[in-house]
Write a protein of this length. Sequence first.
Length: 122
Amino acid sequence: MPQPVKLSDALVEDARETGEVAERSIASQIEHWARLGRVVEAVLRGDEVLALKKRRGAVSLSSALDVDSAEGHARFRAQREARPFPHYERTSERGVFARIDEHGARTLGRLRGRVFEPLRER
């Protein structure tokens, strides 16, 4: 039976952003992360889990990227450009993405089942 729980705004925002890309709801994304955590704890010994926690505390995606600063925008662009083509970016229209190929050509489309489908001419 579903139970209400209190979650930090940062966790909910990270789940919303990640879930949008992974085509999961906020609740489904958090459940996915919880299942991964259970698997990791079952596979690793207690001292290994503690060592991981000591090495790096959990930080939110938004704070790790710090995209609200000029430096954060530059890091994000550098990371995106270092990845192989095609690149994808959001547009102002909800659910529509731009696919950018290696020559800079942009194609608008939607993700359906994790497959990019170009939009037909309007």
